[in-house]
Design a protein around this ligand. Structure first.
Ligand code: NCD
Ligand code: ZN
Ligand code: ZN
Ligand code: ZN
Length: 434
């Protein structure tokens, strides 16, 4: 009985140590690990000598746009960027045009992503004044933007926050929120005002408001893109395994506001870049029992010409699907992040938070969502992105890890700059929870 594929003699991580093993894949699942010479017969084999065999990354915070914003990104370019970046599962945010507040829009997104996908795609929904419960079976969480609500006229006062927490609890979904207590009428007119309005104080106050509501109605709260040291401290004080989780982006770990003094939108995003002290504290918060559970890209593509506009006019958000793995694995290769922390923050952690079964770990019976990585020095260049958004604040940055081959559900989708299958063949849309 032949298995479908054997990945021969790659480097796998066992108990935080690099070990050479072969990995067999059969019918889309991981069949087992084998020592040299003990591999089963297979229809196909891939020589993995010198390559790391890692679980494909799960990026639980991306904006793939599509529908009315397909000029910024669509499910085809967005999931190609994911596959090329070693990310095998993405979860798409609801602040699209139109926003995901009804079953109808969710269905439009599912239909579009189904035909254009190169990786697994899951979805979140927003919360309209009357929540559309028919979306529940096909979403992985509820998302709210207190500073910029998806429904006009909704104000994130205590009452509204309580209702959202209650709703998440009722449907057993995590409530993801963008912590920012500024309001829509606080429109910044200068760069300084932008930083002042979206301050660390605003981030902390917003988190506190959600924590207060959580005291009354127990629900799973997930704090999006933590950017301040003070926020990590508040999270730690309220740490409760599984009911308070948090994410961080590579840009908030590796960049700080002072790195970009020119007046354009290249490094403009929400939350904004903070001080070097904040970045340092975020990097330290990645360990187990620390404040942060996972790394996300917050891939937020915009048209290239929009990002080169003066800072105040440029939209917030940067692409991240093709830089997350290289940036984080560089830290692993240089000894600043352990393999255990990498695997937890980028793979198993998000799977746990989302409650998606059989993903995020390379073990027998789990989905064969895999990335093969070469340790290699190269320099980030936005022009090479598959994403439509090609302007990155990481332009020219030296990194030490290159995704070489990406496997989704046991099928090789990407290999060395080429796509091995067309769109709509590999991956699942939508991803459902257990
Ligand atoms: C995001 C976007 O463009 O959709 N922008 C950003 O700066 N991160 C929205 C968000 O994640 O808050
Ligand atoms: Zn061998
Ligand atoms: Zn956000
Ligand atoms: Zn976002």
């Amino acid at each position: 009985m032949d298995v479908d594929i054997v990945l021969i003699d790659g480097i796998v991580i066992v108990n935080d140590r690099e070990t050479v093993r072969s990995l067999a894949i059969d019918r889309g699942k991981i069949e087992g690990f084998y020592k040299h010479g003990e591999e089963p017969e297979s229809k196909r084999s891939i020589d993995c000598r010198g390559l790391y065999i890692l679980p494909g990354l799960i990026d639980m915070h991306v904006h793939l746009r599509d529908l009315n914003q397909s000029e910024k990104e669509d499910y085809e370019t967005g999931t190609m960027a994911a596959a090329a970046g070693g990310i095998t599962t993405v979860v798409d945010m609801p602040n699209s045009s139109p926003p995901v507040l009804t079953r109808e829009v969710l269905d439009q997104k599912i239909t579009s992503a189904t035909t254009k996908r190169y990786v697994n795609v899951g979805f979140y929904a927003g919360i309209a004044e009357r929540f559309d419960t028919s979306m529940v079976p096909d979403i992985l969480g509820l998302k709210v933007y207190p500073h910029s609500p998806l429904t006009d006229g909704v104000n994130y006062d205590i009452e509204r926050i309580r209702n959202c927490v209650q709703l998440a609890n009722k449907h057993n979904l995590p409530l993801l929120f963008h912590p920012d207590s500024s309001t829509e009428d606080e429109k910044p007119e200068t760069r300084e005002e932008f930083f002042l309005i979206h301050s660390c104080e605003s981030e902390v106050n917003s988190l506190q408001a959600f924590l207060d509501a959580k005291v009354e109605y127990e629900a799973r709260l997930h704090v999006c893109h933590v950017s301040c040291a003070a926020t990590t401290r508040l999270i730690l004080e309220h740490r409760a395994e599984h009911t308070l989780t948090a994410e961080v982006t590579p840009h908030h770990i590796f960049l700080s506001g002072g790195d970009f003094s020119h007046d354009d939108g290249v490094a403009k995003m929400l939350p904004p870049l903070r001080s070097p002290y904040d970045s340092q504290m975020l990097a330290q918060a990645l360990c187990k029992k620390c404040a942060i559970d996972c790394v996300v890209s917050d891939h937020a593509p915009h048209i290239n010409s929009e990002k080169t506009m003066p800072f105040i006019e440029a939209p917030s958000g940067i692409p991240g699907l093709e830089t997350t793995l290289p940036l984080i694995l560089t830290e692993v290769f240089e000894g600043r992040i352990s393999w255990v922390d990498f695997l937890r923050c980028c793979c198993s952690g998000p799977a746990m938070i989302l409650g998606i079964p059989s993903k995020g770990i390379l073990t027998e019976g789990y989905d064969a969502d895999i990335v093969l990585v070469r340790r290699q020095e190269w320099y980030i260049s936005g022009a090479d992105f598959y994403s439509k958004a090609k302007i990155t604040p990481f332009e020219g940055r030296r990194v030490l890890a290159k995704p070489v081959t990406t496997i989704v559900g046991g099928e090789v989708v990407y290999h060395e700059g080429r796509f091995m299958v067309g769109p709509g063949i590999v991956g699942r849309v939508p991803i459902r929870k257990v």
